[in-house]
Every structure is written in C-alpha cells, then in structure tokens.
Design a protein around this ligand. Structure first.
Ligand code: NAD
Length: 251
C-alpha cells in the first residue's frame, strides 16, 4: 500500500531504524537510508531493499541534516529514529556529550521536519513518526541528556500534530522500552560502572527490571506499528505517543 511513496528513515543502518526500513519496503515504499557503518554491510542492505539510497550524513549539526534532506529529495514518510545514549552521573556528564545527544536525539528531528513538511503540505499527505522511548514519558537515573531529549521529542511531535492536522499529515511517537540493539548493548559497561553491578545484574536487575514482561522488545514489533501508522486507517491517529514497553510505563 506504500507503492509510490518515498520514506526516509534516519539511523537506519542498524537496529530499530533498519527494521522500520524493511517494514516500509515490504509494503512497497522507496527507501532512503541514513546512518553509519561498514560500507559493504550497508551495500548489502541497499541491495536487499531494492537499491535503496544511502545518504551518509552526521545529524548532530543543522548542516548535516540539511545535506541529508538535500540528498534524500522529497519524502512522503519521515521516520526520525537516529539516536544515541550516554550513561553517567550528572556531575560527571560531559557537556559536549549533552550537546551531542540533544542535537541528534531532538534537534535533528526539528530540522528534518521543517525541511520535509513543505512537500508533504503541497501534496496534502505525509507521515512523521519519531522513535521516542519510554524515556519520553518517565525517567531513569544517569540518563539526563537522553531523557531530556526524548521528553522533548514527545513535545515536538504533539506540536507538529496540531500544526499539520489540516494538511493530511500526521505526527506520532512510538515509545519502546528496552529493545535488544547495539544501543542497549553498548550502555551495559557504563551502567555497570555507574551502579557498581555485573553485566548479568545490569541486564536482569536494571534493564529487564523495568519491563514487567521480563523480555526485550523486538525491533520488528516497532516496525509493525510504524507501518500501521502510515496506513489510511491511521489518518486520525495524530499526536499520539504509543508505548511498546511490555508494561513499563503502566507502573
Ligand atoms: P542503534 O545504535 O542500533 O542504531 C542507531 C542508528 O543511528 C544507527 O544507524 C547509527 O548509525 C545511527 N546514528 C548514530 N549516530 C548518528 C549520527 N550522528 N548521525 C546519523 N546517524 C547516526 O540504536 P537503536 O536501538 O536501533 O535506536 C534507534 C532509536 O530508538 C534511537 O532514537 C533510540 O533512542 C531509540 N530507542 C531505542 C531503544 C532500545 O532499547 N534499543 C529503546 C527506546 C528507544
């Protein structure tokens, strides 16, 4: 049902973004990939996704996002997904890392949206979806920049939803709990250090402790909801923030 639609997914060379790219491609969308990684591995993904374009820009600056949008061309579906994490007590949190996380996890979505909206308005159809997080709704200690950015993206999404409601454009957030991707795996060592725990203790007593199901969410489950939000049946789902977190934020 997405034949003829062009979808840009930021941070789609790995994890959740890649799963969303696969999901949208399976419905016929033309895919524009973005993100870092080994060129051969990305070439294989491009091939798998019907010769998808790959625009390799760093989204931590406005210029980087502008270059991405120039390279991507007009997009009908914008998935703001690229993100990073850093775990540290506030007094040791490096200011440059704070700036980088706010830039990538929040400001990049402002820049992609402002540049994607004119085309969406002209054609009277568009979908803007953010991979937010359970941390857009609740906090955890030692993740000040991430939690602040994710709460910010929830607010940006609501604003876009109101602003664009009469143009056939919807804006929504998907808020996963812990999904087993490199982003989660890479924060285990710092969490071990911040909390004085072993690897198994971090997985079972910190990460899965938050999820009543005691299971990691799968990237494909996030992708399935993103695909649904692109359907015409979802045209009145606007400004929503959907939790896929095994019940975490119900507590
Ligand atoms: P991941 O590390 O597997 O993928 C991140 C992607 O972003 C990669 O493609 C990477 O190359 C790209 N990226 C990183 N820095 C970039 C930069 N400066 N410019 C452009 N691209 C960049 O992570 P993931 O777990 O798939 O996370 C994707 C999104 O989902 C993030 O916004 C993350 O905050 C969110 N999220 C993840 C989880 C989880 O448990 N994994 C939970 C909730 C929300």
């Amino acid at each position: 049902f997405l034949t003829g639609k062009r979808a840009l997914i930021t941070g789609s060379t790995s994890g959740i973004g890649l799963a969303i790219a696969r999901g949208l491609y399976a419905e016929g969308a033309q895919i524009v990939l973005n993100g870092f990684g080994d060129a051969d591995a990305i070439a294989a993904i491009q091939n798998e996704l019907g010769g998808a374009a790959w625009v390799n820009e760093d989204l931590t600056t406005a210029e980087g996002v502008e270059a991405l949008m120039a390279g991507a061309g007009d997009v009908d579906i914008l998935i703001n997904n690229a993100g990073m994490q850093y775990v540290s007590p506030i007094e040791d949190f490096p200011p440059a890392t704070w700036d980088k996380i706010i830039a990538l996890n929040l400001s990049a979505a402002f820049h992609t949206s402002r540049l994607a909206v004119p085309h969406m308005k002209t054609q009277g159809w568009g979908r803007i979806i953010a991979t937010a997080s359970a941390h857009s709704l609740v906090a955890s200690p030692f993740k000040s920049a991430y939690v602040a950015a994710k709460h910010g993206i929830a607010g940006l999404t609501k604003t876009l939803a109101l602003e664009l409601a009469q143009h056939g454009i919807t804006a929504n957030c998907i808020s996963p709990g812990y999904v087993w991707t490199p982003l989660v795996e890479n924060q285990i060592p710092d969490t071990m250090k911040s909390r004085g725990l072993t690897r198994d203790e971090v997985i079972n007593d910190v990460l899965l402790d938050q999820q009543p199901t005691k299971k990691f969410v799968q990237s494909e489950e996030i992708a399935a909801l993103a695909v649904f939000l692109c359907r015409d049946e979802a045209q009145n789902i606007n400004g929503a923030n959907y939790s896929i977190d095994g019940g975490w934020t119900a507590e």
